[in-house]
Design a protein around this ligand. Structure first.
Ligand code: SF4
Ligand code: MSK
Length: 637
């Protein structure tokens, strides 16, 4: 293996030539993928099956029970959305529980880092604030948030945050979720054999389940994290595998829930740990993130990001990682194969996510710092085992600015209306900004390995659409240099350039992790409340996209935006394409009930233009007139 600095692509080639199997080889080995699964036409919900529908109309058109393509694909999609909602919401539950434990004095490694948010959110929950200690408020708020999960007959508290118009639509459709857990359980129940067979009714249930994720489970995760770990502020850092150091102990933290990773960051800054690292011959300790744990500690602690979902194996293949510490979600079991070629210790930490071949050190909120120090010590002790001949750290790294939120995002737009959404709404009304798009979600080896995000986002900002991002999509665009103010001059249209140059913000704003898509819901709500661009989210010149989605969580996210009135463009196949009725429902009919709908387009440039066309349609309906500046359309590939 080469000793000099190399590119990330070269690292990929090195894995290939050394026979180190990664996600790309495993993906190829699965080709051709099961056609029934791709179309959503297989069902194994009972032991009369598994059943499948022949998409060519020659074989069976119903399963043994009589369920047709519409019912089967709707049930499959509903279960995906339920699983995705469960994943995000469970994340929220853990943070709320830690808030409670902190208040009870049982989690001393944590603190209230945003007293302002604690009091604001407690106020929304109707909790008394005056004359009370933070700990007392934390106990009441933790309990109240946890109670939201188990409610049986009323909506979680944050539903009051939604625009009145959306609340009314949901009420009329009877899709206001009762609690958070109940709609998820209900979705599993109604998709059993012999229960709900009406695809339209199943989709209403799917929207109810997904709304419980966006407006409650994920929102609780975001808000409770801001309270415990600090409300983010714009912060500079770096991204890509080049953030790893060849003369320091490198620790990667990977997953989603920041409960342990935040404390690990604290542990790596401990003098005792630094002394130990030096005693082993290292110059210091570098900590870097992968996936949404990366986003969490990036936006609050400025910790650099090693990579997104697709880079987790490549990070180990640098040969320079002493430990990769994982919590929950998006962790490839295949990591153990790559790690077997190197000295890297893989450490799982969560009782709900163990991996054969990984060492397990269980995380407990009650002794978080102790566990974090144990893990950091193990990483340091592994440093002398690093084989210098196997070290290949790619040279690429890029600056980025992260840490925008629904509260601070337009504070940065400045002016005399500081702290309000007036400057944004006015920029949209005047046509300087065409509209806003949320481009989010995973990266996927099916699609050009994270290039789709960059191409779509560049096309959007070129046409003066301000872009907000979360998850791996934000990290992919950060690697391409889109999350710095200078990107406006290079890539954006004249309108966005004027705004960004006046106030020094990037044309693409990093809003956090996957659960922080809830921040986009709030930003949309704030735009509605500010006035002048519609009475509901369905009227705003906004849209969402996940050009490379792969996780079930993305389906839940997409659905809660569609149910909230937004257009959502996905770049991959949607697993209902085997049913004409379901495709018509999700791309057309649902718009008549919620104002939102889905669109599917593999080409990211064409996907961007679906969004631009939609934004222009909304502008026209609002009688806003043309945008100030015109841009050339990039040729679709
Ligand atoms: Fe087959 Fe119906 Fe059972 Fe599904 S629920 S496996 S379609 S019999
Ligand atoms: S980490 S869910 S690959 S965005 Fe949130 Fe990235 Fe998708 Fe996982």
């Amino acid at each position: 293996m080469a000793k000099e600095k190399i590119s990330a692509e070269k690292l990929h080639e090195i894995c290939y030539s050394c026979g180190i199997e990664t996600i790309w080889q495993r993906y190829d080995a699965q080709d051709p993928h099961c056609g029934f699964g791709t179309l959503g036409l297989c069902c194994k919900n009972c032991n009369l099956g598994p059943c499948r529908i022949d998409p060519f109309g020659e074989g069976p058109q119903v399963g043994t029970c009589g369920a047709n393509a519409d019912t089967i694909s709707a049930r499959n999609l509903a279960r995906h959305a339920a699983a995705g909602s469960a994943c995000h919401s469970d994340h929220g539950r853990e943070i709320a529980r830690t808030l409670l434990l902190f208040g009870q004095g049982k989690a001393p490694s944590y603190a209230i880092k945003s007293e302002e948010k604690l009091k604001k959110v407690a106020g929304e929950y109707g909790i008394k604030i005056e004359g009370r200690k933070n700990e007392e408020i934390a106990v009441d708020l933790g309990n109240a948030m946890l109670a939201d999960f188990g409610k049986q007959n009323e909506a979680p508290v944050f539903f009051k945050r939604a625009p009145k118009k959306q609340q009314k639509i949901w009420k009329n459709l009877k899709i206001v979720p009762q609690g958070i857990d109940r709609p998820i359980v209900e979705m599993m129940s109604r998709t059993n054999i012999g229960v709900d067979a009406d695809y339209k009714n199943i989709m209403l249930g799917t929207m109810k389940t997904s709304l419980a994720d966006g407006w409650a489970g994920s929102m609780i995760a975001t808000e409770a994290s801001d309270i415990l770990f600090g409300a983010p502020q714009a912060i500079r850092s770096q991204v890509n595998l080049g953030v790893l150091k060849d003369d320091e102990v490198n620790i990667i933290i990977h997953g989603h829930v920041p409960l342990l990773s935040d404390v690990i960051v604290t542990a790596t800054r401990d003098e005792e740990m630094l002394k130990l690292a030096k005693s082993k011959g290292a110059k210091g300790i570098t900590i870097a993130g992968i996936c949404c744990t990366a986003n969490e500690i990036l936006m609050r602690r400025g910790v650099p990001v090693a990579g997104s979902f697709l880079q987790q194996e490549l990070a180990i293949a640098t040969g320079a990682v002493e430990a990769m510490v994982v919590d929950l979600q998006c962790i490839l079991p295949g990591l153990t194969t790559v790690a077997s070629y190197f000295h890297t210790k893989l450490i799982s930490t969560h009782p709900k996510a163990k991996f054969p071949g990984m060492e397990h050190i269980e995380f407990e909120e009650e002794k978080a710092l102790e566990v974090a120090k144990e893990i950091v010590t193990k990483a340091i002790e592994n440093y002398p085992k690093r084989d210098k001949k196997k070290v290949n750290i790619p040279k690429e790294k890029m600056e980025l600015i992260a840490g925008f939120t629904a509260e601070n995002i337009f504070y940065y737009l400045g002016g005399k209306y500081r702290g309000t959404y007036r400057p944004l709404n006015d920029a949209i009304i005047s046509g300087r900004i065409r509209g806003v798009a949320g481009v989010v979600g995973c990266d996927n080896p099916k699609i050009q390995s994270s290039k789709a995000h960059m191409q779509m986002v560049k096309e959007l900002i070129k046409h003066d659409v301000l872009v907000v991002q979360t998850g791996c999509s934000a990290l992919a665009c950060a690697r391409e240099g889109l999350l710095v103010p200078e990107a406006a001059g290079k890539f954006a249209g004249k309108g966005i350039q004027e705004v960004c140059e006046a106030v020094g913000i990037p044309p693409v704003l990093h809003l956090g992790s996957c659960v922080d898509n809830s921040r986009i819901l709030i930003a949309c709500t704030n735009m509605v409340k500010e006035g002048g661009i519609g009475e509901g989210i369905d009227e705003l010149p906004v849209a969402g996209a996940a050009p490379e989605w792969m996780s079930e969580k993305a389906i839940a996210i997409g659905w809660y935006f569609v149910a909230s009135g937004a257009l959502v463009v996905f770049g991959n196949e949607f697993p209902v394409s085997g049913s004409k009725n379901m495709m018509k429902y999700v791309t057309e009919d649902v718009e008549k009930v919620t104002g939102g709908k889905w669109a599917f387009e593999k080409d990211p440039i064409k996907g961007a233009h679906i969004i631009i066309k939609h934004i222009d349609k909304k502008r026209k309906a609002l009688k806003l007139g043309d945008v100030m500046y015109k841009s050339e359309t990039t040729k679709a590939k």
